[in-house]
Design a protein around this ligand. Structure first.
Ligand SMILES: O=C(O)c1cc(C(=O)O)oc(=O)c1
Length: 312
């Protein structure tokens, strides 16, 4: 039996899948004016925008109205909506959200090599500025690298970038492909470091080297709730959540202050252990960006330069 929030359109939510958090707290940390939530999603609603047949999970609905209400509640000015894998390469829910946002949202889509130039131009007009390539095996089936390179070559002239999602252990094998991409490359969730391993160990060292040697590579310092092993979770007023993730995110922010982005990841797909209070997730930010200067770069200057360059 389905419980909690609905999945409309006759879909059945994946068992064990937690719904996004109702009534998030008011963050204590006041984000700077003009801040951008640079990683969030919309799900459906399924009745209007059906989930993709090839999806690996079925979420509860999470609409554009609910996303925009969260944006306002948390004090953000804009969103970057990233295509979620449960919608495959059908970007209609995302495009509809962009078109309803009054210019306050930009997007990152998933496309196949069959996408036409007309479709790409329409997406650009709607506010799309990037494509997402996903290498996380639990989320997607493999797409051949020659197809991805072809797509990258076609979106580059539009000024778009490529967002990549992968697990830290897969970086060595993907290195040559990533470093051959002709665009700005944005890494989702710091390349998912294993925070049980040392900060100065070889695995995270390789990620830092990836960024250091390639000035076109940016990173989102998001998703501590996914990466944390020992918490504590951002729940019940916790002001020192996900302590084990802090040194990793802080290292990236302080080493590459002009190439980092932050996002809520709302509505947090695939969480089964706990669902964070998004207000408390915002309170995580000053632990990883400890000065007003770093906070402004992370939340305003960098995302504006990448997604609204005409206003930056
Ligand atoms: O780690 C995840 O499960 C996850 C999934 C998706 C997606 O399904 O698109 O997006 C994310 O940013 C993170």
């Amino acid at each position: 039996m389905t419980q909690g929030k609905p999945t409309s359109g006759g879909f059945e939510k994946t068992p064990g899948w937690l719904d996004w958090y109702d009534g998030p707290s008011q963050p204590r940390f006041r984000v700077p004016a003009g801040s951008v939530d640079a990683h969030c999603h919309v799900f459906g609603p399924g009745a209007q925008f059906p989930y993709a047949p090839e999806r690996k999970y079925t979420p509860c609905d999470a609409s554009k109205e609910q996303l925009f209400a969260l944006r306002d509640h948390l004090g953000f000015a804009r969103n970057v909506i990233v295509q979620a894998t449960c919608h495959g390469a059908d970007n209609r829910a995302l495009l509809d959200a962009l078109q309803s946002s009054d210019g306050k949202a930009r997007g990152v889509v998933t496309v196949k090599r069959t996408v036409t130039d007309d479709e790409l131009h329409l997406m650009h007009a709607a506010g799309v500025r990037g494509v997402r390539f996903n290498f996380v095996k639990r989320l997607v089936d493999f797409t051949p690298k020659d197809e991805l390179l072809e797509i990258a070559g076609r979106i580059a002239p539009l000024g778009w970038h490529v967002v990549i999602y992968f697990e830290a252990v897969d970086l060595p094998e993907l290195w040559d492909f990533f470093t051959s991409l002709p665009t700005t490359v944005v890494v989702d969730h710091m390349g998912r470091p294993d925070v049980g391993k040392p900060l100065d160990g070889p695995e995270f060292g390789l990620f830092l080297k990836f960024m250091r040697e390639h000035p076109n590579v940016w990173s989102k310092v998001s998703c501590p709730e996914r990466l944390s092993v020992s918490g504590p979770p951002a729940l019940d007023g916790q002001q020192a959540a996900y302590k084990d993730v802090v040194p990793f995110a802080r290292k990236v922010v302080e080493t590459f202050p002009d190439r980092v982005l932050w996002g809520t990841d709302w509505p947090h797909p695939n969480l089964k252990g706990h669902m964070p209070d998004d207000g408390l997730l915002v309170d995580f930010i000053p632990h990883i960006a400890t000065t007003a200067d770093l906070q402004r770069k992370l939340l305003v200057d960098n995302p504006m330069r990448l997604y609204w360059p005409e206003e930056a």
